[in-house]
Write a protein that binds this ligand. Structure first.
Ligand SMILES: [Zn+2]
Length: 466
């Protein structure tokens, strides 16, 4: 039996390499296809490879996985210390296998035996045993694509199964009551969260997935909140509440550069340090804080964190800035909580803006777009100075309807016939920035097209004057 499995594994490696070569020739490298082909031939191959890892860190959760993984990979890759990483959100079995195959020889032996891997919540229980992670980083638990995961209870059950080994160190978000409930009672937990100084007083209205105590079902009360269900929560019925984290973050500004100030408490002593924060939005500060907590737990010295962050390059479409006239900023949105955290970051931007929503409904986006109705669009359109709204993608009309229900006058909304038309948006008047908020499958095409908007307003005005 073992002999047959070894033969299948060898065939899978050869065929997947051949597929990878063809993809490189045709300029389509970087997909999970070699992994998918290899999984079909040898379903056990991914487990054989994972078992060879000496140190494995898994990053999971609803939002922020890709950015946190990239931050952590940058922080860990000190000197000649090489870590394998799966890029671009390839977080299902075939994506993990494709990444592992890039560092495997023809006989299935790994050349790099340390890995930081982003893992989808449903994939975690499938690989936890063979990967035997040293750390699992849990960013948050929020309502995601309904047709893939169902409601929160299902996600929590998957995570519980994935975390069934009690010896695994869990690095978890203390501000998220759902993460905290999963972490409670575990042998080894490292918690991170933000300082109450950063919190908004009171209780959030909008979407709050963890509104009820996971222990007893009573409604949680909040002394302050950050966003989503993150905050200073407490259950008045059973006493469950936010625990003071080991890593507490604050965001500050120094010479125009944003910094993440971290206070780390271990064995009753506390140290403080600051790390450069390249990306805007509190949700990105959370991603960096999670990565810092994990890197410190794995022994990275505080004075080496900044050189690590300098190696970080943001994943595609995470507040990715494209120069132009005006500049455009591309951000991924895929579920209510994630979209709300992006909208909050836009509210913080004092510039006059135009906003384009690119909403697709392919498998990777989630076929069900009813989540758009849970996004806090009303609050957003009432707060920002937005000149024009554009809707693109296969569900552009759904988004336009959503904006209409949020009270945006019809004449301020343009429905674009094709995704390509985003390139042609010529923001007139006083618009200083075009925000393009996109679901997953529109993200990569937009990242390719948006650089073409460079100098568009100038071009259009020259045409008008000519
Ligand atoms: Zn309770």
């Amino acid at each position: 039996m073992q002999m047959i499995q070894a033969i299948r594994a060898s065939i899978a490696i050869v065929v997947s390499r051949w597929v990878a070569t063809v993809l490189r020739w045709t300029g389509r490298a970087g997909t999970s296809l070699p992994g998918l082909v290899a999984t079909r031939i040898s379903p056990q191959l991914v487990h054989r490879l994972l078992r060879q890892l000496d140190t494995c860190v898994l990053v999971t959760g609803t939002n922020g996985k890709t950015t946190t993984t990239e931050y952590l990979h940058a922080l860990l890759s000190q000197d000649a210390d090489r870590w394998l990483v799966n890029r671009g959100g390839a977080n299902l079995l075939q994506g993990l296998l494709a990444a592992l195959l890039t560092v495997s020889d023809a006989r299935g032996r790994l050349r790099i035996r340390r890995a930081v891997l982003e893992v989808d919540e449903a994939t975690l229980p499938l690989i936890a045993q063979s990967a035997h992670p040293r750390l699992v980083v849990l960013t948050n638990v929020m309502r995601d694509q309904l047709d893939r995961y169902g409601e929160i209870d299902q996600t929590l059950a998957l995570l519980n199964r994935g975390l069934s080994d009690p010896s695994v160190t869990l690095v978890a978000n203390a501000d998220d009551p759902l993460c905290a409930a999963l972490a409670e009672g575990r042998m080894d937990t490292v918690l991170y969260g933000f300082s109450s100084e950063v919190a908004t007083p009171g209780c959030p209205d909008g979407v709050r997935d963890g509104a009820f105590c996971l222990k007893c079902g009573a409604e949680l009360t909040y002394a302050g909140y950050f966003y989503g269900q993150f905050g200073m929560y407490e259950c008045g019925h059973c006493g469950f509440g936010r625990v003071e984290p080991h890593f507490t973050g604050r965001v500050s500004s120094c010479d125009g550069f944003r910094q993440l100030e971290v206070e780390e408490v271990a064995r009753r002593t506390s140290i403080q340090y600051s790390v450069a924060l390249g990306l805007s939005g509190l949700y990105n500060a959370y991603n960096l804080l999670a990565a810092v907590a994990a890197a410190r737990t794995l022994g990275v010295a505080p004075d080496r964190l900044n050189e690590g962050v300098a190696r970080f390059s943001p994943p595609i479409g995470r507040m990715q800035v494209f120069p132009g006239d005006p500049e455009s900023v591309l951000a991924l949105i895929k579920n209510p909580a994630g979209a709300n955290s992006v909208l909050r970051a836009l509210i913080q931007d004092p510039r006059e803006m135009a906003v384009c929503f690119a909403i697709n409904d392919q498998d990777a986006d989630g076929r069900d777009v009813s989540w758009l109705w849970d996004v806090d669009v009303e609050d957003f359109v009432a707060t920002v100075t937005c000149q024009r709204f554009y809707c693109a993608g296969t569900r552009a009309a759904d988004m336009a309807l959503r904006l209409a229900y949020a009270g945006v006058p019809r004449e301020r909304v343009t429905v674009l016939a094709a995704l390509d038309d985003v390139t042609g948006i010529a923001c007139g008047g006083q618009v200083q920035v075009l925000y393009v908020l996109s679901t997953y499958t529109a993200l990569h095409p937009l990242a390719e097209r948006l650089p073409r908007r460079l100098g568009l307003r100038r071009m259009v005005s020259e045409e008008v004057h000519a």
